[in-house]
Design a protein around this ligand. Structure first.
Ligand code: ZN
Length: 449
């Protein structure tokens, strides 16, 4: 575990210095890094392309920026922190009065030592983000401001890692990668998603997996626009964000709030002792807003530790390499692997001998009352519950929830019963390849012949 935490933190360290935005070289450099460790398809959507109700903006290139005294002393310098530049600032190179400069400065009076992170993607303006303490020290009458940037036609980049499984039904993971040097809010989830994908690549997969690395909002909108005819393949989805801070894990429900992923995630948090950290859906936050817009209404929740906006370091220079902890990153990955395990192993079976209890003794599956089958990973009660509820209407996860037996004991009991010929895979669920579909979309179940 310490090694895995270290490895995750090294991804964060490697990506931290890059000045990312919703378009541009920093974003591409980040995708190139991911592409060196994962099979990644990078898409480029030209500026000006209409995507759903939006238009892909011009590409922003930032080469340097400073505020200097007229004597040439740089009092704010992009080279010291890429947070200093208001993202998407237009180029400027002139002398301004202190009053004019003040209208273009952003600071946090309540956190006077921290540089805020601010954006102006869709406004024609320029600005600098500074520590309030440094702002108070700007007492000259005039300053030289220079922003060496370009706003020009280019493209919006995003990356897709597709890992096919035996079914074409998909599990979607989505991480934003448009923030500059901010560690928890963006790099932690990129790091965890990278190692989640590498783990998935080594494992047998029932589902197909799609991991998206994209700029927030406009990236998800561009992806949904390009995939609007096939998004129905997404059976379960999670937006990943803020997965490296020391707070315990938390989960925000999907729009429907009772999708299968809501139940899997809630169960995983319950196992961790954090059942109270499951939050209701709200139409604000990260890209779950796009996936859960009413026209798509995809079963996509959001997994995080501290929700964005709730921790004091959020969108400031204090969201740095110290805030993100190796142990927290590894813990987030472990919980995600548990959720994937629930997704992969939740199946629908049918009792092949449903008239009366089958005689378990002659199949070596019966233990006298109080005498557990001690060498097995399942128990007698799990066996009886699986037999009783495997009627094509209940998945193994349903059976675990209803019986209160551990999910893994229920799975083991089902395997033993299947081996003894007492359970068959449910053909309806098999044809459709998905448990979630059976339960969540009765309209589609009818369509399966
Ligand atoms: Zn953010």
């Amino acid at each position: 575990m310490p090694d895995l935490g270290r490895q995750l933190h090294e991804h964060v360290e490697a990506l931290f210095p890059i000045c990312r935005s919703i378009t541009g070289e920093g974003l591409r450099e980040t995708l190139r890094y991911i592409g060196r460790v994962l099979p990644l398809e990078v898409r480029e959507v030209p500026s000006g392309t209409r995507v759903l109700d939006w238009t892909v903006p011009p590409e922003w290139t930032i080469r340097g920026a400073f505020v200097a005294t007229l004597g040439g002393r740089r009092v704010v310098d992009f080279r010291r922190s890429n947070l200093h530049i208001l993202q998407y600032s237009m180029p400027v190179d002139r002398v301004v009065t202190r009053q004019e400069l003040a209208a273009h400065l952003y600071s946090l009076p309540d956190q006077p030592d921290l540089i805020p992170y601010r954006t102006a993607y869709y406004g024609d303006t320029w600005g600098f983000c500074v520590a309030d303490r440094d702002r108070q020290a700007l007492t000259d009458d005039s300053y030289h401001v220079r922003i060496d940037s370009t706003l020009a036609p280019g493209s919006l980049s995003y990356g897709e890692c597709i890992l096919p499984g035996s079914s074409s039904n998909e599990v979607l993971f989505s991480a934003h990668c448009c923030h500059p040097s901010l560690a928890n809010d963006n790099l932690s989830s990129i790091a965890v998603a990278i190692e989640l994908a590498r783990w998935l690549m080594r494992a047998p997969r029932r589902y197909s997996y799609r991991l998206l690395f994209m700029p927030g909002t406009i990236g998800a909108i561009a992806w949904l626009h390009a995939n609007r005819d096939c998004v129905h393949r997404v059976e379960h989805g999670l937006v990943l964000t803020c997965l490296g801070d020391p707070a315990p894990i938390s989960y925000k429900r999907t729009r429907s709030s009772n999708a299968a992923i809501d139940r899997y995630a809630a169960a995983a948090l319950r196992e961790e002792g954090h059942a109270h950290r499951v939050h209701p859906f709200m139409p604000i936050g990260y890209d779950e807003r796009q996936y859960c817009s009413p026209g798509f209404n995809l079963p996509v929740g959001c997994l995080m530790r501290s929700p964005g906006g709730t921790f004091p370091e959020y969108h400031t220079s204090a969201d740095n390499l110290d805030l993100v902890q190796p142990g927290a990153l590894a813990d987030s990955l472990r919980i995600l692997q548990r959720i994937v395990h629930l997704i992969e192993r939740d199946e629908v079976w049918r009792n092949a001998s449903p008239y009366g209890e089958p005689q378990l003794g002659r199949r070596g599956l019966y233990a006298p009352i109080g005498d557990e089958l001690s060498t097995q990973t399942y128990d007698q009660m799990s066996l009886l519950w699986v037999l009783n509820l495997s009627d094509g209407e209940h998945s193994l996860f349903d059976i675990a929830e209803r019986s209160g037996r551990p999910f893994d004991a229920v799975v083991a009991a089902a395997e033993a019963l299947a081996k003894a010929g007492l359970l068959q895979r449910d053909l309806l669920a098999e044809n459709d390849g998905s448990v979630a579909t059976l339960r969540r979309r009765p309209d589609r179940v009818d369509a399966v012949e």
